[in-house]
Design a protein around this ligand. Structure first.
Ligand code: GTP
Ligand code: MG
Length: 196
């Protein structure tokens, strides 16, 4: 897979607009500010493929990217951002739920958690939903550069007790700042895409 050949495909602000799924999809999910867009840029070696901002709640649409002919990648809008209006929050959750409930060929959901924090209620809802829907998923632990190696080891053990089915879930500790774990993530994505 040529990760540096990715390109932006389309953005949708409401799920009925999303065209039927013609390719397999890999989705990035997680709360606002966890680092989804930054991770996408890192994986695909681009500065501005997915828009990143220090202001949480930046990605308010589902943004699709193409890489090669087989797969599409979806940057889902971050959930759980406190400072948005109720109507905006409903729009976001409608968008995310609508996406997952459509008849799509979702081959992998990368569910992002900030390694420093216990999962929020919204994170747990997302993980329970992925398990109940039997969607293939893995948990990506972001911002590992903010911890020392000892802290990192401790959090890796704790997180298994904090998430549902923690002993069975694949964990990818990553940093979009120093590149930790990015190659492992690329290999996993590649194996999913090339299983076709
Ligand atoms: P929404 O679009 O609001 O859902 O957020 P998002 O999940 O796309 O987060 P985004 O990629 O915009 O990153 C949020 C902030 O976290 C930015 O200031 C990033 O620079 C920072 N960030 C992302 N990844 C890392 C990382 O691995 N390490 C550090 N130190 N900061 C990171
Ligand atoms: Mg984003």
């Amino acid at each position: 897979m040529q990760f540096n050949k990715a390109e932006f495909a389309a953005a949708y602000g409401s799920f009925p607009q999303i065209p039927a799924c013609s390719r397999m999809e890999i989705a990035f999910a997680g709360r606002s500010n966890v680092g989804k867009s930054t991770l996408i840029n890192k994986i695909f070696n681009r500065k501005n493929l997915a828009r990143v901002s220090a202001v949480p709640g930046k990605t308010a649409t589902i943004n699709f990217f193409r890489c090669g002919d087989v797969a599409r990648f979806a940057d889902l809008p971050g959930y759980g951002y406190a400072k948005v209006s109720d109507s905006e929050r409903r729009r976001w959750s409608g968008l995310i739920e609508g996406y997952f409930h459509q008849d799509r060929d979702i081959r992998l959901v990368l569910s992002l958690l900030d390694i420093r924090h216990a999962p929020s209620a919204d994170d747990l809802t997302m993980l329970d939903f992925l398990i109940d829907s039997e969607l293939p998923f893995a948990v990506v632990l972001t911002k590992t550069d903010k911890l020392t190696n000892n802290q990192l080891r401790a959090r890796l053990e704790e997180i298994r007790t904090e998430i549902p089915c923690g002993d069975q879930v694949t964990l990818f500790p990553v940093s979009s700042m120093n590149g930790r774990g990015i190659e492992e993530l690329r290999k996993t994505i590649e194996s999913v895409v090339e299983s076709e």
